[in-house]
Design a protein around this ligand. Structure first.
Ligand code: ZN
Length: 161
């Protein structure tokens, strides 16, 4: 899965194949998710999408996000410490994040994903985990902290909102 957003036709095909309808609401939710750089919550997507689809409901936005996750074109991120709302990511390839503990905004890091990072961290770790009866299927790396100032391209509102 690449990092470039899918065009409407490809998204329609993927939803069709999964037996899910490609509604204007789902297209709008996906479109906003791709444009928002801060990995928005469902509520944030709802507020943004309402400008183009005023009668959309929060429940519809939730269902659209879950549909996008189900067909593998979006990812649901775990809520941060003290947060109850999940965030959503239009990227499905493995990548790293940094998260602002004040606003909850999550951003991508430009660093390429390294599948061998855990072994570099501790060559014994794989053996330790298998002794625990644990099979590793992946890992997440997320830096946490605070924005001390606004950098270009890290608006919490996302592009065009
Ligand atoms: Zn991301």
């Amino acid at each position: 899965m690449g990092t470039a957003p899918l065009d409407q036709r490809s998204l329609r095909l993927i939803l069709d194949e999964a037996g899910l309808r490609c509604t204007p609401q789902r297209l709008a939710v996906y479109d906003h998710l791709c444009r928002a750089a801060h990995h928005p919550t469902a509520e944030e997507v709802y507020h943004a999408v309402r400008s183009s689809i005023p009668r959309i409901s929060l429940a519809t936005v939730y269902k659209a996000l879950e549909a996008l996750v189900a067909v593998g074109v979006a990812t649901k991120l775990t809520a941060g410490a003290g947060e109850t709302r999940a965030r959503f990511d239009a990227r499905c390839d493995q990548h790293y994040h940094f998260r602002c503990l004040r606003t909850g905004a999550v951003h991508d890091l430009p660093t390429p994903f390294d599948p061998d990072l855990v072994a570099k961290l501790d060559p014994q770790l794989g053996e330790y985990l298998s002794r625990q009866g644990f099979q590793v299927t992946g890992y997440h790396l997320e830096f946490v902290g605070y924005h001390t100032h606004r950098a270009a391209g890290t608006s919490d509102q996302g592009a065009g909102a």
